[in-house]
Design a binder for this molecule. Structure first.
Ligand code: 13P
Ligand code: SF4
Length: 366
């Protein structure tokens, strides 16, 4: 990353982050008897260790199935945080990426938080190192600092607010109504989307999700033409021109909800394809198509699947439960600071009486 002080925001060269991501090996996928034995082992270990499994929608189908059937949860990042916090288990196992494990630890410093892999990262988190971000904040003391949950504990500690994609628009609307100017990090697309919806004065950090960044508007427009019966569901980490083609823009949970509520028989989905496991359960009669990552200018490094989410598998899940390896640690003082901004979000969600899912935006901004 380089920072040019004549620019209002840091320029980010994420080539190294992308190269690292595409080289990340996925967890081994188990089948047959081996799979059955490992599923049984994880079920037993969860009980023995007084542990609850909290999985993101982008993780492997087997992990989502296990989380559901053992009384854990499969959800978006807001609900993952809330669920782990409210659950009585003494160990939380987070199947997802590192910021999700850290969020669980910040909210539950007294609990043990385990992850199948501590190397499961996120390009948004990596694009926003705490020291450079802190300088950026220092340069704009008049702005309220709002960061996306996809950040490190240290960045959350520097922020006034943390938000997830399901609640970002509501929080920014609330702050803008009080006349506050916003410094937003790290996702430029989500930031720009929220800025258009709310009209808030927002200075945007220039990070992006390497997975959503690959959806291509021109190919999506063609697919839409070929399927006039379809509704287009888009996660707001996608590029602006892809968001413009959306019928619904929302977090992962909001996208699944839209598939159950809209009458369309077909949905074109612009987010990680791990979400199809739950979407098909929620709306078994509907047809789901992946939004294209191909076409002119295509790079298809991920082909709509996060390489870091793919590091979570049955084997390393059993390993962390069996050995206690991969325990998430957050420095106590940093955690205390980060808790302030995280709790603001959780209290806001409570006060708004948001359903666990929040509300998606049915219709994209101009
Ligand atoms: P959600 O909060 O919508 O699940 O998003 C998290 C994420 O990392 C999407 O890429
Ligand atoms: Fe991060 Fe993108 Fe992976 Fe989500 S899909 S965890 S935003 S890299």
């Amino acid at each position: 990353m380089t920072q040019n002080n004549t620019q209002p925001f840091p320029r980010i060269d994420d080539t190294a982050i992308r190269e690292r991501a595409w080289k990340t090996p996925p967890a081994r996928h188990l089948e047959g008897e081996e799979r059955q034995q490992m599923l049984e082992k994880v079920r037993r270990l969860l009980k023995e260790q007084d542990a609850v499994l909290v999985a993101h929608y982008y993780t492997d189908d087997d992990l989502q199935m296990l989380a559901d059937e053992t009384g854990g949860c499969v959800s978006d990042s807001l609900e993952m945080a809330r669920f782990g916090h409210a659950h009585p288990a003494s160990t939380i196992v987070v199947a997802g990426v590192r910021f999700m494990g850290e969020t669980a630890k910040i909210l539950n410093p007294e609990k043990r938080v385990l992850m199948p892999s501590l190397e499961a990262e996120c390009s948004l988190d990596l694009s926003c190192p705490a020291d450079v971000f802190s300088q950026f904040c220092d340069a704009h003391p008049d702005r309220t600092v709002v960061v996306y949950a996809n950040t490190s504990a240290a960045v959350k500690a520097r922020a006034d607010w943390v938000v997830t994609s399901s609640i970002a628009t509501k929080v920014i609307k609330h702050l803008a109504a009080k006349g506050e100017k916003i410094l937003w990090a790290p996702d430029r697309y989500l930031g720009s989307y929220v800025q258009k919806v709310t009209g808030a004065d927002m200075l945007l950090w220039q990070g992006s999700c390497i997975v959503h960044d690959e959806f291509k508007a021109s190919a999506l427009a063609k697919l839409k033409q070929a399927h006039p019966e379809a509704a287009v569901l888009v996660h707001p980490e996608s590029p602006d021109d892809v968001i413009r083609l959306a019928d619904v823009v929302g977090s992962t949970t909001q996208i699944i909800q839209a598939a159950t509520e809209l009458d369309n028989p077909t949905f074109i989905v612009a987010t990680d394809n791990g979400i199809f496991y739950k979407m098909k359960q929620a709306a078994p009669d509907k047809l789901f198509l992946e939004a294209p990552t191909g076409g002119i200018g295509a790079s298809c490094g991920s082909c709509a699947h996060c390489p870091w989410m793919a590091m979570n598998g049955l084997e390393n899940l059993a390993h962390t439960l069996e050995t206690g390896d991969n325990e998430v640690q957050v420095d106590a003082e940093t955690g205390k600071q980060a808790l302030v901004s995280l709790n603001r979000m959780l209290r806001f969600a409570e006060a708004e009486k948001m359903a666990a899912t929040g509300e998606a935006n049915i219709a994209s901004p101009a």
